[in-house]
Design a protein around this ligand. Structure first.
Ligand code: NDP
Ligand code: 2IT
Length: 448
Protein backbone atom coordinates (compact mmCIF):
# COMPACT_ATOMS: atom_id res chain seq x y z
CA UNK A 1 0.00 0.00 0.00
CA UNK A 2 1.16 3.54 -0.73
CA UNK A 3 -0.04 6.70 0.93
CA UNK A 4 -1.84 9.22 -1.30
CA UNK A 5 -3.01 11.73 1.29
CA UNK A 6 -0.47 14.59 1.46
CA UNK A 7 -1.11 15.31 5.13
CA UNK A 8 -0.29 11.69 6.04
CA UNK A 9 2.73 11.61 3.70
CA UNK A 10 4.14 14.69 5.47
CA UNK A 11 3.38 13.27 8.91
CA UNK A 12 5.14 9.99 8.09
CA UNK A 13 8.16 11.93 6.82
CA UNK A 14 8.37 13.74 10.17
CA UNK A 15 8.10 10.44 12.06
CA UNK A 16 10.89 8.95 9.92
CA UNK A 17 13.18 11.94 10.54
CA UNK A 18 12.47 12.13 14.24
CA UNK A 19 12.93 8.39 14.82
CA UNK A 20 15.77 7.62 12.45
CA UNK A 21 17.53 4.39 13.39
CA UNK A 22 14.34 2.78 14.73
CA UNK A 23 13.07 0.73 11.76
CA UNK A 24 10.59 -1.38 13.76
CA UNK A 25 8.88 1.73 15.13
CA UNK A 26 8.70 3.32 11.67
CA UNK A 27 7.29 0.05 10.28
CA UNK A 28 4.52 -0.03 12.90
CA UNK A 29 3.58 3.63 12.36
CA UNK A 30 3.63 3.28 8.56
CA UNK A 31 1.20 0.36 8.66
CA UNK A 32 -1.24 2.25 10.87
CA UNK A 33 -1.09 5.54 8.94
CA UNK A 34 -1.63 3.73 5.63
CA UNK A 35 -4.84 2.15 6.86
CA UNK A 36 -6.09 5.42 8.42
CA UNK A 37 -6.25 7.22 5.08
CA UNK A 38 -10.07 6.88 4.73
CA UNK A 39 -10.54 7.98 8.35
CA UNK A 40 -8.51 11.14 7.80
CA UNK A 41 -10.69 11.96 4.83
CA UNK A 42 -13.95 11.32 6.70
CA UNK A 43 -12.96 12.96 10.00
CA UNK A 44 -11.34 16.39 9.44
CA UNK A 45 -12.23 17.23 13.08
CA UNK A 46 -9.64 14.70 14.31
CA UNK A 47 -6.99 16.16 11.99
CA UNK A 48 -7.92 19.65 13.23
CA UNK A 49 -7.43 18.52 16.84
CA UNK A 50 -3.88 17.36 16.02
CA UNK A 51 -4.68 13.82 17.14
CA UNK A 52 -2.39 12.14 14.62
CA UNK A 53 0.67 14.29 15.33
CA UNK A 54 0.20 13.50 19.03
CA UNK A 55 -0.59 9.79 18.73
CA UNK A 56 2.75 8.98 17.03
CA UNK A 57 4.81 10.62 19.80
CA UNK A 58 5.10 8.84 23.18
CA UNK A 59 3.90 10.87 26.16
CA UNK A 60 7.02 9.90 28.10
CA UNK A 61 10.14 7.75 27.53
CA UNK A 62 12.25 6.59 30.45
CA UNK A 63 15.72 5.04 30.04
CA UNK A 64 17.85 3.96 32.95
CA UNK A 65 20.90 2.01 34.11
CA UNK A 66 20.29 -1.42 35.61
CA UNK A 67 23.37 -2.52 37.57
CA UNK A 68 23.41 -5.95 39.19
CA UNK A 69 25.97 -8.44 40.53
CA UNK A 70 26.38 -11.82 38.82
CA UNK A 71 27.16 -15.14 40.55
CA UNK A 72 30.91 -14.49 40.21
CA UNK A 73 30.60 -11.23 42.12
CA UNK A 74 31.13 -9.18 38.97
CA UNK A 75 29.10 -6.04 38.29
CA UNK A 76 26.95 -6.22 35.15
CA UNK A 77 25.13 -3.29 33.57
CA UNK A 78 22.02 -3.45 31.41
CA UNK A 79 19.81 -0.73 30.02
CA UNK A 80 16.18 -0.43 31.16
CA UNK A 81 13.27 1.20 29.32
CA UNK A 82 9.68 2.19 29.91
CA UNK A 83 7.80 4.01 27.18
CA UNK A 84 4.50 5.49 28.40
CA UNK A 85 2.91 5.94 25.03
CA UNK A 86 -0.67 7.06 25.48
CA UNK A 87 -2.96 7.48 28.50
CA UNK A 88 -6.06 8.88 26.78
CA UNK A 89 -8.33 5.96 27.72
CA UNK A 90 -6.69 4.60 30.89
CA UNK A 91 -3.45 4.02 32.79
CA UNK A 92 -0.49 2.96 30.65
CA UNK A 93 -0.58 -0.82 30.26
CA UNK A 94 1.77 -3.24 28.52
CA UNK A 95 4.45 -5.85 29.06
CA UNK A 96 8.14 -5.90 29.83
CA UNK A 97 10.44 -7.58 27.29
CA UNK A 98 13.75 -9.03 28.45
CA UNK A 99 15.82 -9.96 25.40
CA UNK A 100 19.30 -9.01 24.14
CA UNK A 101 17.76 -7.42 21.01
CA UNK A 102 15.87 -4.82 23.07
CA UNK A 103 16.63 -1.14 22.38
CA UNK A 104 14.46 1.97 22.44
CA UNK A 105 13.02 1.35 18.94
CA UNK A 106 11.68 -2.09 19.86
CA UNK A 107 10.00 -0.77 23.01
CA UNK A 108 8.51 2.14 21.04
CA UNK A 109 7.05 -0.12 18.34
CA UNK A 110 5.55 -2.38 20.99
CA UNK A 111 4.18 0.58 22.97
CA UNK A 112 2.62 2.08 19.83
CA UNK A 113 0.92 -1.22 18.91
CA UNK A 114 -0.28 -1.58 22.50
CA UNK A 115 -2.24 1.72 22.31
CA UNK A 116 -4.53 0.37 19.56
CA UNK A 117 -4.65 -3.18 20.93
CA UNK A 118 -5.71 -2.05 24.39
CA UNK A 119 -8.37 0.17 22.86
CA UNK A 120 -9.80 -2.83 20.97
CA UNK A 121 -10.21 -4.81 24.21
CA UNK A 122 -12.95 -2.31 25.26
CA UNK A 123 -11.29 -2.09 28.70
CA UNK A 124 -9.95 1.21 30.10
CA UNK A 125 -6.22 0.80 29.41
CA UNK A 126 -3.75 3.17 27.77
CA UNK A 127 -0.64 1.89 26.03
CA UNK A 128 2.92 1.42 27.25
CA UNK A 129 5.81 -1.02 27.05
CA UNK A 130 9.08 -1.64 28.86
CA UNK A 131 12.06 -3.89 28.84
CA UNK A 132 15.76 -4.38 28.94
CA UNK A 133 18.58 -5.90 26.89
CA UNK A 134 19.10 -8.36 29.77
CA UNK A 135 19.00 -12.01 28.64
CA UNK A 136 17.45 -14.32 31.28
CA UNK A 137 18.60 -17.38 29.30
CA UNK A 138 21.39 -19.26 31.04
CA UNK A 139 21.18 -17.08 34.18
CA UNK A 140 20.67 -18.56 37.65
CA UNK A 141 17.51 -17.75 39.63
CA UNK A 142 19.67 -15.57 41.89
CA UNK A 143 21.00 -13.55 38.96
CA UNK A 144 17.51 -13.11 37.51
CA UNK A 145 16.27 -11.97 40.93
CA UNK A 146 19.05 -9.43 41.40
CA UNK A 147 18.46 -8.06 37.90
CA UNK A 148 14.68 -7.80 38.46
CA UNK A 149 15.17 -6.07 41.82
CA UNK A 150 17.54 -3.53 40.32
CA UNK A 151 15.24 -2.96 37.34
CA UNK A 152 12.26 -2.39 39.65
CA UNK A 153 14.23 -0.09 41.98
CA UNK A 154 14.22 2.52 39.22
CA UNK A 155 10.95 1.53 37.51
CA UNK A 156 9.00 1.83 40.79
CA UNK A 157 9.41 5.62 40.63
CA UNK A 158 7.41 5.77 37.42
CA UNK A 159 4.59 3.19 37.73
CA UNK A 160 1.57 2.50 39.95
CA UNK A 161 -1.79 0.72 39.92
CA UNK A 162 -3.58 3.86 38.63
CA UNK A 163 -0.70 5.16 36.54
CA UNK A 164 1.19 2.42 34.68
CA UNK A 165 0.78 -1.34 35.07
CA UNK A 166 3.48 -3.53 33.45
CA UNK A 167 3.20 -7.28 32.77
CA UNK A 168 5.07 -10.08 30.98
CA UNK A 169 6.34 -10.36 27.41
CA UNK A 170 9.30 -12.22 25.85
CA UNK A 171 11.65 -13.32 28.64
CA UNK A 172 9.34 -12.09 31.40
CA UNK A 173 7.17 -14.84 32.87
CA UNK A 174 5.83 -15.70 36.31
CA UNK A 175 9.28 -15.91 37.93
CA UNK A 176 10.35 -12.43 36.80
CA UNK A 177 6.98 -10.82 37.63
CA UNK A 178 7.22 -12.34 41.13
CA UNK A 179 10.66 -10.83 41.79
CA UNK A 180 9.57 -7.45 40.42
CA UNK A 181 6.37 -7.43 42.47
CA UNK A 182 8.25 -8.31 45.66
CA UNK A 183 10.69 -5.46 45.13
CA UNK A 184 7.94 -2.92 44.34
CA UNK A 185 6.07 -3.89 47.51
CA UNK A 186 9.21 -3.55 49.60
CA UNK A 187 10.13 -0.15 48.17
CA UNK A 188 6.66 1.40 48.26
CA UNK A 189 5.24 -0.45 51.26
CA UNK A 190 2.00 -1.08 49.42
CA UNK A 191 0.27 -4.20 48.12
CA UNK A 192 -1.50 -3.08 44.95
CA UNK A 193 -2.19 -4.35 41.45
CA UNK A 194 0.88 -2.64 40.02
CA UNK A 195 1.79 -5.61 37.80
CA UNK A 196 -0.31 -8.24 36.07
CA UNK A 197 0.60 -11.84 35.33
CA UNK A 198 1.18 -12.29 39.05
CA UNK A 199 1.21 -15.71 40.74
CA UNK A 200 -2.12 -17.04 41.96
CA UNK A 201 -1.06 -16.82 45.63
CA UNK A 202 -0.51 -13.03 45.51
CA UNK A 203 -3.20 -11.47 43.35
CA UNK A 204 -2.77 -13.08 39.94
CA UNK A 205 -5.77 -14.00 37.81
CA UNK A 206 -6.73 -17.50 36.81
CA UNK A 207 -6.44 -17.94 33.02
CA UNK A 208 -3.91 -15.10 32.56
CA UNK A 209 -1.20 -17.67 31.74
CA UNK A 210 -3.39 -19.21 29.04
CA UNK A 211 -4.99 -15.97 27.87
CA UNK A 212 -2.91 -14.85 24.89
CA UNK A 213 -2.80 -18.29 23.26
CA UNK A 214 -6.44 -19.08 24.01
CA UNK A 215 -7.50 -15.61 22.87
CA UNK A 216 -5.61 -16.06 19.60
CA UNK A 217 -7.61 -19.19 18.88
CA UNK A 218 -10.93 -17.60 19.92
CA UNK A 219 -10.23 -14.76 17.48
CA UNK A 220 -9.07 -17.11 14.73
CA UNK A 221 -12.15 -19.28 15.19
CA UNK A 222 -14.42 -16.23 14.78
CA UNK A 223 -12.54 -15.17 11.65
CA UNK A 224 -12.81 -18.68 10.17
CA UNK A 225 -16.52 -19.01 10.96
CA UNK A 226 -17.27 -15.62 9.39
CA UNK A 227 -15.68 -16.98 6.22
CA UNK A 228 -17.39 -20.37 6.23
CA UNK A 229 -14.45 -22.32 7.62
CA UNK A 230 -13.58 -24.10 10.89
CA UNK A 231 -10.54 -25.30 12.86
CA UNK A 232 -11.67 -28.92 12.93
CA UNK A 233 -9.22 -31.21 11.15
CA UNK A 234 -6.88 -28.39 10.08
CA UNK A 235 -3.09 -28.69 10.11
CA UNK A 236 -1.48 -25.87 12.07
CA UNK A 237 2.11 -24.60 12.27
CA UNK A 238 3.00 -22.47 15.30
CA UNK A 239 6.33 -20.70 15.75
CA UNK A 240 7.91 -20.17 19.16
CA UNK A 241 7.50 -22.46 22.16
CA UNK A 242 7.00 -19.87 24.89
CA UNK A 243 3.90 -18.74 26.73
CA UNK A 244 1.85 -17.75 23.69
CA UNK A 245 2.83 -20.73 21.50
CA UNK A 246 2.14 -23.31 24.22
CA UNK A 247 -1.41 -22.15 25.00
CA UNK A 248 -2.18 -21.56 21.32
CA UNK A 249 -1.24 -25.20 20.76
CA UNK A 250 -3.47 -26.29 23.64
CA UNK A 251 -6.57 -24.43 22.42
CA UNK A 252 -6.02 -25.30 18.74
CA UNK A 253 -5.92 -28.97 19.74
CA UNK A 254 -9.12 -28.56 21.79
CA UNK A 255 -10.80 -27.15 18.66
CA UNK A 256 -9.88 -30.36 16.78
CA UNK A 257 -6.92 -29.00 14.81
CA UNK A 258 -3.53 -30.74 14.64
CA UNK A 259 -0.44 -28.68 15.52
CA UNK A 260 2.59 -30.22 13.80
CA UNK A 261 5.44 -27.79 14.48
CA UNK A 262 6.93 -25.49 17.14
CA UNK A 263 10.26 -23.63 17.33
CA UNK A 264 12.65 -21.57 19.40
CA UNK A 265 15.41 -19.19 18.35
CA UNK A 266 17.71 -22.13 17.48
CA UNK A 267 15.45 -24.30 15.33
CA UNK A 268 12.13 -26.06 14.87
CA UNK A 269 10.54 -29.44 15.45
CA UNK A 270 8.15 -31.16 13.05
CA UNK A 271 5.98 -33.93 14.47
CA UNK A 272 3.52 -35.13 11.84
CA UNK A 273 1.59 -37.05 14.51
CA UNK A 274 0.77 -33.85 16.36
CA UNK A 275 2.80 -32.09 19.06
CA UNK A 276 3.05 -33.81 22.47
CA UNK A 277 2.13 -30.74 24.52
CA UNK A 278 2.71 -32.13 28.04
CA UNK A 279 6.30 -32.87 26.97
CA UNK A 280 6.77 -29.33 25.58
CA UNK A 281 5.38 -27.84 28.82
CA UNK A 282 7.80 -29.94 30.86
CA UNK A 283 10.78 -28.97 28.66
CA UNK A 284 9.97 -25.28 28.39
CA UNK A 285 8.01 -24.27 31.49
CA UNK A 286 9.70 -26.52 34.05
CA UNK A 287 13.18 -27.40 32.80
CA UNK A 288 13.81 -24.26 30.64
CA UNK A 289 15.41 -26.44 27.94
CA UNK A 290 15.73 -26.04 24.16
CA UNK A 291 13.02 -27.35 21.81
CA UNK A 292 15.46 -29.75 20.14
CA UNK A 293 15.29 -31.94 23.28
CA UNK A 294 11.79 -32.94 22.07
CA UNK A 295 13.23 -35.47 19.61
CA UNK A 296 15.02 -37.33 22.43
CA UNK A 297 11.58 -38.50 23.59
CA UNK A 298 10.02 -38.56 20.09
CA UNK A 299 12.70 -39.88 17.71
CA UNK A 300 10.10 -40.11 14.92
CA UNK A 301 9.81 -36.29 14.99
CA UNK A 302 12.33 -34.11 13.11
CA UNK A 303 14.50 -31.28 14.42
CA UNK A 304 15.92 -28.68 12.01
CA UNK A 305 18.38 -25.91 12.85
CA UNK A 306 17.26 -22.34 12.04
CA UNK A 307 13.87 -20.69 12.54
CA UNK A 308 12.77 -19.75 9.04
CA UNK A 309 12.36 -23.30 7.73
CA UNK A 310 9.25 -23.77 9.87
CA UNK A 311 7.22 -21.85 7.25
CA UNK A 312 8.10 -24.42 4.57
CA UNK A 313 6.01 -27.07 6.38
CA UNK A 314 2.68 -27.43 4.53
CA UNK A 315 -0.23 -26.24 6.68
CA UNK A 316 -3.75 -24.84 6.50
CA UNK A 317 -3.18 -22.30 9.27
CA UNK A 318 0.02 -20.52 10.35
CA UNK A 319 0.19 -18.91 13.79
CA UNK A 320 3.44 -16.96 14.27
CA UNK A 321 3.96 -16.74 18.06
CA UNK A 322 7.67 -15.93 18.46
CA UNK A 323 8.82 -12.44 17.49
CA UNK A 324 8.67 -9.47 15.09
CA UNK A 325 9.34 -9.85 11.35
CA UNK A 326 9.65 -13.63 11.53
CA UNK A 327 7.65 -14.08 8.29
CA UNK A 328 9.13 -12.25 5.31
CA UNK A 329 7.95 -12.13 1.69
CA UNK A 330 9.76 -15.34 0.77
CA UNK A 331 8.22 -17.31 3.66
CA UNK A 332 4.78 -15.83 2.92
CA UNK A 333 5.06 -16.94 -0.71
CA UNK A 334 5.97 -20.46 0.37
CA UNK A 335 2.96 -20.55 2.72
CA UNK A 336 0.71 -19.50 -0.19
CA UNK A 337 2.27 -22.06 -2.54
CA UNK A 338 1.73 -24.81 0.03
CA UNK A 339 -1.98 -23.99 0.30
CA UNK A 340 -2.03 -22.12 3.61
CA UNK A 341 -5.38 -20.32 3.99
CA UNK A 342 -5.03 -18.44 7.27
CA UNK A 343 -2.32 -16.46 9.07
CA UNK A 344 -3.22 -15.21 12.54
CA UNK A 345 -0.66 -13.46 14.72
CA UNK A 346 0.13 -14.36 18.33
CA UNK A 347 3.41 -12.44 18.28
CA UNK A 348 3.61 -8.66 17.86
CA UNK A 349 4.25 -7.59 14.22
CA UNK A 350 5.55 -11.02 13.13
CA UNK A 351 4.88 -10.33 9.43
CA UNK A 352 6.90 -7.89 7.34
CA UNK A 353 4.88 -5.40 5.23
CA UNK A 354 5.75 -7.45 2.10
CA UNK A 355 4.48 -10.62 3.78
CA UNK A 356 1.18 -8.88 4.60
CA UNK A 357 0.87 -7.74 0.97
CA UNK A 358 1.39 -11.35 -0.07
CA UNK A 359 -1.40 -12.57 2.25
CA UNK A 360 -3.88 -9.93 1.14
CA UNK A 361 -3.20 -10.29 -2.59
CA UNK A 362 -3.58 -14.09 -2.38
CA UNK A 363 -6.83 -14.14 -0.42
CA UNK A 364 -5.30 -15.47 2.80
CA UNK A 365 -7.43 -14.69 5.86
CA UNK A 366 -5.16 -12.45 7.91
CA UNK A 367 -5.67 -11.88 11.66
CA UNK A 368 -3.44 -8.94 12.65
CA UNK A 369 -1.52 -9.03 15.93
CA UNK A 370 -3.14 -6.09 17.67
CA UNK A 371 -6.51 -7.80 17.40
CA UNK A 372 -5.58 -11.48 17.42
CA UNK A 373 -3.21 -11.40 20.43
CA UNK A 374 -5.18 -8.90 22.52
CA UNK A 375 -6.46 -11.67 24.81
CA UNK A 376 -3.37 -11.44 27.02
CA UNK A 377 -3.70 -7.78 27.84
CA UNK A 378 -7.49 -8.08 28.03
CA UNK A 379 -7.08 -10.67 30.76
CA UNK A 380 -4.52 -8.40 32.42
CA UNK A 381 -7.31 -5.84 32.47
CA UNK A 382 -9.53 -8.44 34.17
CA UNK A 383 -6.72 -9.06 36.70
CA UNK A 384 -6.68 -5.31 37.45
CA UNK A 385 -10.45 -5.37 38.03
CA UNK A 386 -10.14 -8.31 40.43
CA UNK A 387 -7.30 -6.58 42.29
CA UNK A 388 -9.34 -3.39 42.62
CA UNK A 389 -12.34 -5.17 44.10
CA UNK A 390 -10.05 -7.51 46.12
CA UNK A 391 -11.85 -10.58 44.83
CA UNK A 392 -10.86 -13.35 42.48
CA UNK A 393 -12.99 -14.91 39.82
CA UNK A 394 -13.05 -18.58 38.78
CA UNK A 395 -11.16 -19.86 35.75
CA UNK A 396 -14.46 -20.36 33.93
CA UNK A 397 -15.59 -16.78 34.64
CA UNK A 398 -12.35 -15.24 33.37
CA UNK A 399 -12.19 -17.54 30.35
CA UNK A 400 -15.81 -16.76 29.42
CA UNK A 401 -15.10 -13.01 29.63
CA UNK A 402 -11.96 -13.47 27.51
CA UNK A 403 -13.94 -15.43 24.91
CA UNK A 404 -16.59 -12.70 24.77
CA UNK A 405 -13.96 -9.98 24.39
CA UNK A 406 -12.24 -11.81 21.50
CA UNK A 407 -15.57 -12.27 19.71
CA UNK A 408 -16.28 -8.55 20.12
CA UNK A 409 -12.80 -7.63 18.86
CA UNK A 410 -13.36 -9.66 15.70
CA UNK A 411 -16.74 -7.98 15.22
CA UNK A 412 -15.24 -4.48 15.63
CA UNK A 413 -12.51 -5.24 13.07
CA UNK A 414 -15.00 -6.73 10.63
CA UNK A 415 -17.46 -3.85 10.95
CA UNK A 416 -14.85 -1.09 10.75
CA UNK A 417 -13.33 -2.69 7.64
CA UNK A 418 -16.78 -2.80 6.02
CA UNK A 419 -17.69 0.76 7.06
CA UNK A 420 -14.51 2.15 5.52
CA UNK A 421 -14.80 0.19 2.29
CA UNK A 422 -12.20 -2.52 2.96
CA UNK A 423 -14.33 -5.58 3.69
CA UNK A 424 -12.29 -8.59 4.82
CA UNK A 425 -9.19 -6.48 5.56
CA UNK A 426 -9.08 -7.06 9.32
CA UNK A 427 -5.76 -5.23 9.62
CA UNK A 428 -7.39 -2.03 8.40
CA UNK A 429 -10.43 -2.77 10.58
CA UNK A 430 -8.29 -3.26 13.70
CA UNK A 431 -6.28 -0.10 13.13
CA UNK A 432 -9.36 2.00 12.43
CA UNK A 433 -11.49 0.67 15.31
CA UNK A 434 -8.57 0.85 17.76
CA UNK A 435 -7.69 4.36 16.63
CA UNK A 436 -11.15 5.90 16.73
CA UNK A 437 -11.76 5.30 20.44
CA UNK A 438 -8.37 6.73 21.45
CA UNK A 439 -8.75 9.63 19.02
CA UNK A 440 -12.18 10.61 20.37
CA UNK A 441 -10.79 10.56 23.93
CA UNK A 442 -7.78 12.66 22.92
CA UNK A 443 -9.97 15.22 21.17
CA UNK A 444 -12.32 15.42 24.17
CA UNK A 445 -9.43 15.99 26.58
CA UNK A 446 -7.99 18.89 24.61
CA UNK A 447 -4.40 19.53 23.59
CA UNK A 448 -2.52 17.50 26.22
P1 NDP B 1 8.31 -16.24 25.70
O1 NDP B 1 9.54 -15.62 26.19
O2 NDP B 1 7.49 -17.08 26.60
O3 NDP B 1 8.60 -17.10 24.39
C1 NDP B 1 9.17 -16.52 23.27
C2 NDP B 1 9.37 -17.59 22.22
O4 NDP B 1 9.74 -16.99 20.98
C3 NDP B 1 10.49 -18.54 22.58
O5 NDP B 1 10.23 -19.80 22.01
C4 NDP B 1 11.69 -17.87 21.92
O6 NDP B 1 12.76 -18.75 21.66
C5 NDP B 1 11.08 -17.34 20.65
N1 NDP B 1 11.84 -16.14 20.23
C6 NDP B 1 12.00 -15.01 20.94
N2 NDP B 1 12.77 -14.14 20.28
C7 NDP B 1 13.10 -14.75 19.14
C8 NDP B 1 13.89 -14.36 18.04
N3 NDP B 1 14.49 -13.16 18.00
N4 NDP B 1 14.00 -15.24 17.02
C9 NDP B 1 13.38 -16.46 17.08
N5 NDP B 1 12.63 -16.88 18.10
C10 NDP B 1 12.50 -16.04 19.11
O7 NDP B 1 7.43 -15.01 25.12
P2 NDP B 1 5.88 -14.97 24.78
O8 NDP B 1 5.40 -16.30 24.34
O9 NDP B 1 5.19 -14.30 25.90
O10 NDP B 1 5.87 -13.95 23.56
C11 NDP B 1 5.90 -14.36 22.19
C12 NDP B 1 5.36 -13.24 21.31
O11 NDP B 1 4.01 -12.96 21.69
C13 NDP B 1 6.10 -11.91 21.41
O12 NDP B 1 6.06 -11.27 20.15
C14 NDP B 1 5.25 -11.12 22.41
O13 NDP B 1 5.42 -9.72 22.25
C15 NDP B 1 3.87 -11.57 21.99
N6 NDP B 1 2.80 -11.39 22.96
C16 NDP B 1 2.89 -11.92 24.21
C17 NDP B 1 1.85 -11.77 25.11
C18 NDP B 1 1.86 -12.38 26.46
O14 NDP B 1 0.86 -12.28 27.16
N7 NDP B 1 2.91 -13.07 26.87
C19 NDP B 1 0.64 -10.99 24.74
C20 NDP B 1 0.63 -10.54 23.38
C21 NDP B 1 1.68 -10.74 22.54
P3 NDP B 1 14.04 -18.74 22.63
O15 NDP B 1 13.61 -19.42 23.87
O16 NDP B 1 15.07 -19.47 21.87
O17 NDP B 1 14.38 -17.29 22.84
O1 2IT C 1 2.01 -7.57 23.91
C1 2IT C 1 1.19 -7.71 24.84
O2 2IT C 1 0.00 -7.41 24.71
C2 2IT C 1 1.66 -8.26 26.11
N1 2IT C 1 2.83 -8.62 26.21
C3 2IT C 1 0.74 -8.35 27.30
C4 2IT C 1 0.68 -7.04 28.03
C5 2IT C 1 -0.10 -7.05 29.31
O3 2IT C 1 -0.14 -5.98 29.93
O4 2IT C 1 -0.67 -8.07 29.71
Amino acid sequence: MNLKNQYLIDLLETVKKRNAGEPEFIQAVTEVLETLEPVVEKRPDLVEAGVLERIVEPERQIMFRVPWVDDNGKVQVNRGFRVQFNSAIGPYKGGIRLHPSVYLGIIKFLGFEQVFKNSLTTLPMGGGKGGSDFDPKGKSDGEVMRFCQSFMTELSKHIGADCDVPAGDIGTGGREIGYMFGQYKRLRNEFTGVLTGKGLTYGGSLARTEATGYGLLYFTNEMLQANGMSLEGKTVVISGSGNVAIYATEKATQYGAKVVALSDSNGYIYDKNGIDLPLVKQLKEVERKRIKEYVNTHPEAEYHEGCKGIWTIPCDIALPCATQNEIDKESAEILVKNGCKVVSEGANMPSTPEAIETYLSNGILYGPAKAANAGGVATSGLEMSQNSERLSWTFEEVDAKLHGIMKDIFKSCDEAAKEYGMEGNYMAGANIAGFLKVAEAMKAQGCV
